[in-house]
Design a protein around this ligand. Structure first.
Ligand SMILES: [Zn+2]
Length: 239
């Protein structure tokens, strides 16, 4: 009896230690939860509007005075500014930074910070802060030697270049058109202006600023401004 009693005591003490250690560990995640951030798709003004295996597109529209929730970005997004204004951004536990974002500005999230990244953004201007964010999903890049675009690329002006994508601006006066070019890889467009877009035999369609169009690879096209105002398009080409 005595031996058994002695053996049980140290065991009880060890159990207590283990329990205390486990309790200590659980404090870390609960402390992070109280910091109160959400995945970007759950931020009410960051609306996922398109997603497939290759791309995700977010429509971000912050009215004047809006302060976003802290939210986490995991994918590098190209931000196409449909309407710019004065904003600030604050990384979680970091310093607030003010910025004037101009309508038509293009930038990648990786230009400003590493990913993943948690931050909060506020619109402190008097116009809506409206941006379209396009992200390439999947780490696979095209096989070496694949030419992303060939043919006549007249009218496509390279604006940004990253490992995962090249970004072109297309500005067309009324009646003007691009050369006929072929996209061998997926690509996405965002319209920066309202207008009329003619796509050869596909006819002429009205487009509005902020409208986007995702397209798979193996597409040949010509874009023509079929309206009476300048037309501006951003083309993000997968690499
Ligand atoms: Zn094109």
């Amino acid at each position: 009896m005595t031996d058994l009693h002695v053996n049980i005591r140290p065991l009880g003490a060890v159990r207590g230690l283990v329990a205390g250690f486990a309790f200590g560990l659980t404090l870390f995640p609960s402390a992070a939860w109280t910091a109160d951030w959400v995945p970007v798709a759950e931020e009410p003004r960051h609306r996922p509007v398109f997603e497939n295996e290759q791309a995700i597109i977010l429509d971000v529209n912050l009215p004047p005075g809006y302060v976003s929730l802290y939210h986490e970005h995991r994918i590098d997004l190209l931000y196409v500014t449909i309407t710019g204004t004065q904003v600030w951004a604050q990384p979680l536990n970091g310093e607030r930074m003010d910025a004037d974002v101009a309508t038509g500005d293009l930038r990648f999230s990786s230009d400003n910070h590493d990913l993943p990244h948690i931050h909060q953004v506020a619109n402190v201007g008097s116009s809506p802060f409206h941006i379209i964010g396009i992200g390439r999903k999947g780490a696979d890049h095209s096989k070496a030697g694949t030419i992303a675009i060939d043919g006549d690329t007249e009218g496509l002006v390279l604006d940004q270049q990253k490992t995962q994508a090249s970004v072109y601006r297309i500005r067309l006066a009324p009646g003007e058109k691009t050369g006929e070019h072929r996209h061998n890889l997926p690509h996405a467009h965002v319209f920066l202006t309202d207008g009329m877009l003619s796509v050869g035999s596909g006819g002429t369609i009205p487009v509005t600023a902020g409208q986007f169009l995702w397209q798979p690879g193996n597409i040949t096209h010509v874009y023509e401004n079929g309206g009476d105002q300048p037309l501006e398009i951003v083309e993000m080409q997968w690499r």
